[in-house]
Design a protein around this ligand. Structure first.
Ligand SMILES: [Zn+2]
Length: 164
C-alpha cells in the first residue's frame, strides 16, 4: 500500500509553472447508494478528492492548461457530516441542490464541482469525456463526475502521479 502519492499540480495556467508536491493519501469513508465503503482521499487545493478521481482530474487539468484554460475544483469529496450540512441547507432553502446524506456522488468520491472560469465550460464540454469525466446534473454545469478511466489516460495518470 502506498502511503504517499506524488501528484503534479499546476500552480497556474502556464505549464512551465507546474509544481510538484507530495500529498498524503488518507483513508476516508465514502458512500454509494447509502452504503459506506472505504476510499482514499488526497487534498487538492482546498478540498479533499478521492484518489482515482484526483489522478484523472490532474491529467485533465494539465491538458486544459496546455490549452490555456484553468480548471479548479470548488468541491470534491464530501464526508457524511458535510453532506448532511449541504442537505440541510438545501432543505432550508438556502443552498444548492444536494442529495440525501449517503446518496451524493460527492460522497462516493466521483463528483467534482469545477469552478467555471473563462473558457472552462466550453473546454470541458469538448474534452472532458476523453478524460473520463461527464456532466451528470441538469442545471448544474459545474458538476462533473468521473465515470471511467480510459486505458491510455490511466497510463498517463500513473506516469504523472506514481513517483514514490
Ligand atoms: Zn456537485
Amino acid at each position: 500500500m502506498r502511503a504517499a502519492v506524488l501528484l503534479s499540480i499546476l500552480a497556474c495556467a502556464a505549464p512551465a509553472a507546474a509544481e510538484t508536491i507530495a500529498l498524503e493519501a488518507r483513508p476516508a469513508v465514502g458512500y454509494k447508494k447509502g452504503r459506506p465503503h472505504r476510499i482514499k482521499v488526497v487534498t487538492l487545493g482546498w478540498t479533499d478528492v478521492e484518489i482515482t478521481t484526483a489522478r484523472a482530474f490532474l491529467v485533465m487539468a494539465t491538458a486544459a492548461a496546455e490549452d490555456g484554460v484553468e480548471l479548479w475544483i470548488r468541491s470534491g469529496f464530501r464526508s457524511h457530516d458535510e453532506q448532511r450540512m449541504f442537505y440541510q441547507a438545501y432543505r432550508q432553502g438556502w443552498g444548492n441542490r444536494a442529495a440525501r446524506p449517503g446518496h451524493s456522488n460527492h460522497q462516493s468520491g466521483r463528483a467534482l464541482d469545477i469552478y467555471l472560469g473563462p473558457g472552462a465550460y466550453g473546454w470541458l464540454e469538448a474534452n472532458a469525456r476523453r478524460f473520463g469525466f461527464k456532466r451528470t446534473v441538469k442545471g448544474e454545469p459545474w458538476h462533473w463526475e468521473y465515470v471511467k478511466r480510459p486505458r491510455k489516460q490511466r497510463r498517463r495518470a500513473r506516469r504523472a502521479t506514481d513517483r514514490v
